[in-house]
Design a binder for this molecule. Sequence first.
Ligand SMILES: [Ca+2]
Length: 99
Amino acid sequence: MSGKVPADKKEDVYYSRGWIEDCFDGFMKADTNKSWIITFDEFKTGLKKKNKDITDKEIEEIFKFLDYDKSKGVTLNEWILAAMEYDAQVKNYQNALVI
Ligand SMILES: [Ca+2]
């Protein structure tokens, strides 16, 4: 999982080991009770800890975006898929959870 992206794979998005580890780390930090599902409360607590100015509405919007199947919980799968789709945006959310 390291090295340069081959020329014929240019159109593929490349994720480094570090990116995946950061992604996983953010998930684990948010999932405080280690249930492998981030609840809205866990997500809210994590974000508020880092960003006191964030509004409940903003948190709800981010959570809705992450909770792809609307199960009211964010799985690792959803977390990573969302991160892949909206890399910069979600990475900011995840960085906000790194304490
Ligand atoms: Ca879900």
